[in-house]
Design a protein around this ligand. Structure first.
Ligand code: GDP
Ligand code: MG
Length: 172
């Protein structure tokens, strides 16, 4: 039996896009409608099996300090992969993705990444089409995959986490 692998995955994106909600939905299948600004950089661990390998996914959420260069180096240190999140109902959160990506590449070095457009349950308020998001991924030519999710309705969440974990695991 091969030994359990640890993968550190960090979640980045503007405040309010649903990073904490996505993490809780993925790890504990819970969604809480009340807005809680995340206090203190924190992580949750989920044990999964990927391609027959036992993996401990250590998922790091930001400390409610989602300004550029405000996240400490401990947050980025040793990160194997990144989940970039924007809110499909907030154009601005999409516009900031490039800066988040650059920040991640500088702090953690080039790593696997997936893009999540969250809050697809609010379809009537949508400001960013999936086509535009996919085009953004193509411009970033390292083959970033795009997922649409609703942390509220638990759609697409598992797929996005597994995809990035799978890619990162191949490089271990
Ligand atoms: P964070 O600042 O990126 O960690 O965002 P949060 O997870 O704290 O979520 C911000 C707000 O958006 C909260 O009120 C959540 O309940 C709400 N939210 C998060 N994900 C979704 C979603 O998929 N759909 C809807 N309708 N609301 C969501
Ligand atoms: Mg949060």
């Amino acid at each position: 039996m091969s030994k359990k692998q640890l993968l550190k995955i960090i979640i980045l994106g503007d405040s309010g896009v649903g990073k904490t909600s996505l993490m809780h939905q993925y790890v504990s299948k819970k969604f809480d409608n009340r807005y809680k600004a995340t206090i203190g950089a924190d992580f949750l661990t989920k044990d999964v099996e990927i391609d027959g390998q036992s993996v401990a996914l250590q998922i790091w959420d930001t400390a409610g300090q989602e300004r550029f260069q405000a996240l400490g180096s401990a947050f980025y240190r040793g990160a194997d992969a990144c989940i970039l999140v924007f809110d499909v109902t907030q154009q601005e959160s999409f516009a900031h993705l490039t800066s988040w990506m650059q920040e991640f590449n500088i702090q953690a070095g080039k790593r696997d990444c997936v893009l999540i457009g969250n809050k697809t349950d609010l379809e009537d308020k949508r400001q960013v089409s999936s086509k535009v998001a996919q085009q953004w991924c193509q411009k970033n030519d390292d083959g970033i995959k795009y997922f649409e999710t609703s942390a509220k309705e638990n759609s697409g969440v598992e797929e996005a986490f597994i995809c990035v974990a799978q890619a990162a695991l191949k490089k271990k």
